[in-house]
Design a protein around this ligand. Structure first.
Ligand code: BES
Ligand code: MN
Ligand code: ZN
Length: 479
C-alpha cells in the first residue's frame, strides 16, 4: 500500500481524482464557500447526515466533484474511539467497489494521535491475508492519500503512522500463517530477512547452542516436536553502543497443543497464533527499518512447537532453567512462561535499560480484559506509566495489573524452586509472578496479549497488536 500526505482543504478535495473520497466531519465543522462545503451544509441542513460519530452518507458521482464515490462521515467530538469507528465504517462502505485510490480528507487538521489512528484504521479495514489461498483476491486498495489543511507540521507523525502500518502488516502476516507455514525455522528466516535492512543484525541459535546455554526450560517445551527450536536474536543499532538497549522478548510458540496436558479440540487451530508476541517483535523491527530512529533495540524470540510425544516433557518433570532455578512443570500447557524465562535470563547480557516481554500467555487474561486492552504487568512504575501512555496515544490500549507477592503463594513446589502453575484464580497474575522471578536484574514489563492479538469468529485473524504500542513507547520514552 502506498500512503501519501497532502496539504489541501475541502476546496481542493473537489478536484481530487479518486475512486473514493472520504470527508471526515467533526461536530465543530464550519463550512467554507467551496462546492463540497456547500454540499455538506445542504446535507446537514436536510438532516440526511449528522456530524455524530458513526453517521455517514455515501454518494455516487456527485456533480461538480472528480471522485466516483463520496463518503461524508461524522467523527463526533474527535475522540480516538469515535474516529476509529467512523473511518472503519467509511472504508467498509466503499471497499467492495473496487476502490484503488482512496482520499481521506480531514476537514480540520487532526491531533497527532488522531492522524495515527486514522492511518492505522484505513490499513486495518482494507487488509487481506492471501499467502495460503490458491486464487487470492488481492487487496484492491493500493493508494491512500491523506489530506489535511496543514500537512507539513504533521509529516513526522504521518511517517511514523505509515511505518507502524508496515510493521503491523508484517506482524499480521506471520501471526496469520498456519503453523505449517510458520515453523520456528521459517520464523528465523523471516528474522534473517530483516537483517538486509541497514542497522539490523540477526543471529539464530539452534538446539546445540541453546543446550550449551543451559536453557533447560525452553528445551523441555521443544522436546515433544520434530521441528527443531530456534532462538532468534535481532539487534537494531540506531545509536552509539554505550546507549543501553531496550530488549523486547516475544513468545514464539508456533503451535500450542498444550503438550501432554493437551487442550480440548474446539478452537485448537487458534493456537497457531501463539507466536503473536514473536510476530509483534518482528513487526517492530520491520518498522524500525523504515524509521531508523536513534535508539538501540534488541529482539529475542524463543521459538518452538508445544506437542505431545513419547519424548515430550511430562507433568511433574523438574527442569533446570538457564538462571539455575529449578522448575516443576505441573502443567505442560503453561509452556509460554517456560520459554520466556530462559529468554529473560539471556536478556541480562545486554545490560538493558528495560525489558518488555510480549506473550499470548494466559486464557485468564482474555477473561479479565477481553479483546480491548492487553494486560500490563511491571516491576517499575515509570516503565508501566510510559507503556500505558504509549498505548493511549497509539490507540493500542493496555491496563496495569497487580504483582503483589501474595499472588506467588501458589507457585510453591515441594520438589523444585518453583512450580510453573498456581491455581485457576488470578491466572494472568500468577503467570506474571512466575516470569518476575527471572526478571530481577532490570526494569521489566510483561504484556499479556492473549485477548488482543487476534480475533475469533467470522473475522478470525491477527490484529498486529501491540506493534503500535511498542513503537510509540520506543520512539517517545527511550530517547
Ligand atoms: N497459549 C495459551 C494461552 C491462551 C489460551 C491464549 C487461550 C489465548 C487463548 C497458554 O500457553 C496456555 O495454554 N495457558 C494456560 C495456562 C494454564 C495451564 C495455567 C491457560 O491459559 O489455560
Ligand atoms: Mn499453552
Ligand atoms: Zn501457549
Amino acid at each position: 500500500m502506498n500512503f501519501e500526505l497532502k496539504t489541501s482543504g475541502l476546496a481542493d478535495a473537489v478536484s481530487e481524482k479518486c475512486d473514493a473520497l472520504i470527508v471526515l466531519l467533526a461536530e465543530s465543522f464550519k463550512p467554507g464557500k467551496d462546492v463540497l462545503s456547500g454540499l455538506v451544509s445542504q446535507v446537514l441542513k436536510a438532516g440526511d447526515l449528522e456530524t455524530k460519530a458513526g453517521k455517514s452518507l455515501l454518494l455516487y458521482r456527485p456533480s461538480g466533484l472528480a471522485c466516483s464515490h463520496l463518503v461524508l462521515a461524522g467523527i463526533g467530538d474527535g475522540s480516538l474511539k469515535e474516529l476509529r469507528q467512523s473511518v472503519a465504517a467509511a472504508v467498509t462502505a466503499v471497499k467492495s467497489n473496487k476502490v484503488k485510490k482512496l482520499v481521506l480528507c480531514f476537514a480540520a487538521s487532526p491531533q497527532a494521535d488522531a492522524l495515527r489512528c486514522a492511518v492505522m484504521t484505513v490499513a486495518d479495514a482494507s487488509y487481506v491475508f492471501t499467502t495460503t489461498k490458491s486464487k487470492p483476491e488481492p487487496r484492491t486498495l493500493r493508494q491512500i492519500v491523506v489530506s489535511l489543511p496543514a500537512a507539513t507540521a504533521l509529516k513526522p507523525v504521518f511517517d511514523q503512522a505509515v511505518a507502524t502500518v508496515t510493521g503491523i502488516e508484517y506482524a499480521k502476516e506471520w501471526a496469520n500463517r498456519p503453523a505449517n507455514h510458520a515453523t520456528p525455522t521459517m520464523l528465523a528466516s523471516a528474522a534473517r530477512s530483516l537483517a538486509k535492512f541497514p542497522n539490523i543484525k540477526c543471529e539464530v541459535l539452534g538446539p546445540k547452542e541453546v543446550s550449551k546455554l543451559a536453557m533447560g526450560s525452553f528445551l523441555a517445551v521443544a522436546r515433544g516436536s520434530e521441528e527443531p527450536l530456534r532462538f532468534i536474536v535481532l539487534r537494531y543499532a540506531g545509536t552509539v553502543k554505550t546507549e543501553a538497549p531496550t530488549v523486547l522478548v516475544g513468545k514464539g510458540i508456533t503451535f500450542d497443543s498444550g503438550g501432554i496436558s493437551i487442550k480440548p479440540a474446539p478452537e485448537m487451530d487458534e493456537m497457531k497464533f501463539d507466536m503473536s508476541g514473536a510476530a509483534s517483535v518482528l513487526g517492530v523491527f520491520r518498522a524500525l527499518a523504515e524509521l531508523k530512529p536513534a535508539i538501540n533495540v534488541i529482539g529475542l524470540i524463543p521459538a518452538c512447537e508445544n506437542l505431545p510425544d513419547g519424548r515430550a516433557v511430562k507433568p511433574g518433570d523438574v527442569v533446570t532453567s538457564m538462571s539455575g532455578q529449578t522448575i516443576e512443570i505441573l502443567n505442560t500447557d503453561a509452556e509460554g512462561r517456560l520459554v520466556l524465562c530462559d529468554a529473560l535470563t539471556y536478556a541480562e547480557r545486554f545490560k538493558p535499560r528495560a525489558v518488555v516481554d510480549i506473550a499470548t500467555l494466559t486464557g485468564a487474561c482474555m477473561i479479565a480484559l477481553g479483546g480491548v486492552r492487553s494486560g500490563l504487568f511491571a516491576s517499575h512504575d515509570e516503565l508501566a506509566n510510559a507503556l500505558l501512555l504509549a498505548g493511549e496515544s497509539s490507540s493500542d490500549l493496555c491496563w496495569r495489573m497487580p504483582l503483589d507477592e501474595d499472588y506467588a503463594e501458589g507457585l510453591k513446589s515441594n520438589f523444585a524452586d518453583t512450580a510453573n502453575v498456581a491455581g485457576r484464580a488470578g491466572g494472568a497474575i500468577t503467570a506474571a509472578k512466575f516470569l518476575q522471578r527471572f526478571a530481577g536484574k532490570f526494569p521489566w514489563a510483561h504484556l499479556d496479549i492473549a485477548g488482543t492479538a487476534w480475533k475469533s469468529g467470522t473475522s478470525k485473524g491477527a490484529t498486529g497488536r501491540p506493534v503500535a504500542l511498542l513503537l510509540q513507547y520506543l520512539l517517545t520514552a527511550t530517547k
